[in-house]
Design a binder for this molecule. Structure first.
Ligand SMILES: [Zn+2]
Ligand SMILES: [Zn+2]
Length: 472
């Protein structure tokens, strides 16, 4: 038998919250309302397909031909406008409407008929034959369900819906000896522990920060990893990599294999660690990182951070960025920093607009080797000789693990993103006010945050070239 894949729709928490608010606001009395997401399809594995939103639209009440508690019809030209502007190549449509009342509503016969026609219409009118996913919610958008139609509008299958940061679910209540291992952190809840056990973390950079991070997050309960790093262990690394030995250096271990070794020491039986000894720019790395629930970047180079951020935006994955920096003042006293950055999932601000990475450097790093050597000679690049110590890296890695623990357990809200900088020895924790990081026109994340309430005047008499509507 050919088992069909499970299909899920993932909307980042903040985006879902904004959408809910817009939907409720677009209602005048108690009438039904409609909203749309335009989503990209991501085949995670043979048995798993995820839909990820690229943009959303909630029509204002003047876009309706007819709107009441028992049904609604959108103006024809609104529909044309919507599809021409938002249905970019390769995207599928998610159509959400509400029913009056509370609780999980059922699709009505009218819904069946209308959606079936709509599914047929869009698949036959657009070259990419987009699919229709439809959702029905209660009037406050608290409870609902989704289904995906086939292109002929004849059959549908149910779609799992997630609006939390992590989509790991269906916990089985299995008891095993790892329960005892986590006894002392039981206070955080067994659901939290199980989520950690199922979480798949993509770690880019298995060096001085990445290895400590993996050791700490592994001990917290994370067993599934994708490790990416092109480098081999060197003697100069031994001042800051836990458990690394001169013997490993002699045997020319890749850093990814060394970190895998750390994880397997914690979980000899049931860990799953994939090692990719190349840069993040390789197709294989990108592909595998995209299947992770969480992306962590702990490299000292700008190009890999840029690539990690692009992947996080494209696949709507939470991204955690870790870094340290040591400099020496003219009077010979060192100033040391560590920085933990989590840009908001789904855009708002990103590493590029938050100035956490330097695009010129990223460009230099992508240049051929000779040019890099020239740039390094001219002082443009930070090299591997940058000062680094175990204890400072540990503060950074520990805090990063704490942030992830908070994201998983829900005791830390990262919806608007966080950017924390610690300075030693003045012992000063600074939190960047993330409102200042918000950028509307960032090339990387600005378009991603496109979301709006479209009003009739926005499109009436327009030739569909509204310059404000940029699609990713
Ligand atoms: Zn309905
Ligand atoms: Zn940005």
């Amino acid at each position: 038998m050919n088992e069909s894949p499970t299909i899920s729709l993932h909307i980042p928490p903040k985006m879902w919250c904004d959408f809910q608010k817009s939907m409720v606001k677009s209602r005048m009395f108690n009438e039904e309302v409609i909203g749309f997401f335009f989503c990209q399809r991501h085949q995670v594995s043979k048995r798993k397909v995820r839909y990820i939103p690229k943009t959303w639209v909630v029509p204002a009440s003047d876009c309706y031909e007819h709107q009441s508690a028992s049904g609604l019809v959108l103006k024809q030209h609104f529909h044309s406008y919507l599809l021409e502007n938002h249905l970019q190549a390769g995207l599928d449509i998610v159509h959400i409407h509400t029913h009056a009342g509370g609780g999980v509503p059922d699709f009505s016969h009218v819904d069946d008929r209308y959606e079936s026609e709509y599914a047929r219409f869009i698949s036959s009118h657009f070259p990419d034959q987009p699919h229709l996913i439809s959702g029905v919610f209660d009037e406050n958008l608290q409870f609902g369900q989704f289904r995906i139609w086939d292109k002929k509008g004849q059959r549908f299958e149910s779609v799992d819906f997630y609006h939390s940061l992590f989509d790991v679910s269906n916990f089985q209540e299995v008891m095993n000896n790892t329960d005892l291992m986590f006894l002392r952190q039981k206070i955080f809840g067994s659901a939290n522990q199980q989520l950690l056990g199922q979480l798949k973390v993509g770690l880019i950079g298995c060096g001085g920060i990445g290895s400590i991070f993996a050791e700490l997050l592994g001990r917290l309960g994370v067993k599934n990893w994708v490790l990416v790093d092109p480098d081999k262990l060197e003697t100069v690394n031994l001042n800051r990599m836990p458990g690394a030995t001169e013997e490993m250096v002699q045997q020319q271990w890749y850093k990814v294999h060394y970190v895998k070794h750390l994880i397997q020491k914690i979980y000899p039986e049931d860990s799953c660690v994939q090692t990719i000894p190349t840069g993040i720019e390789s197709e294989l790395s990108k592909q595998e990182i995209a299947t992770c629930d969480l992306i962590v970047v702990a490299t000292d180079n700008h190009l890999s951070r840029k690539t990690a951020q692009e992947l996080a935006l494209q696949y709507m994955r939470p991204l955690v960025c870790l870094g340290t920096h040591i400099e020496v003042k003219p009077d010979n006293t060192p100033r040391m920093y560590c920085r933990i950055t989590v840009p908001p999932v789904g855009g708002g601000w990103c590493l590029m607009c938050g100035n956490i990475i330097n695009l010129q450097r990223a460009a230099l790093e992508s240049a051929p080797l000779e040019m890099n050597q020239m740039a390094a000679g001219a002082g443009y690049l930070e090299g591997i000789n940058d000062p680094a110590v175990f204890w400072l890296n540990s503060i950074c890695a520990s805090t990063g693990v704490g942030v992830i623990h908070g994201m998983v357990s829900g005791f830390l809200n990262v919806d608007s993103g966080i950017d924390w900088i610690y300075e030693f020895p003045v012992n000063d924790w600074r939190k960047t006010n993330t409102e200042y990081l918000q950028t509307d026109d960032c090339y990387f994340c600005g378009m991603n945050s496109l979301e709006e309430v479209v009003e009739n005047s926005d499109f009436e008499n327009s030739d569909f070239e509204n310059p404000d509507l940029i699609i990713w």
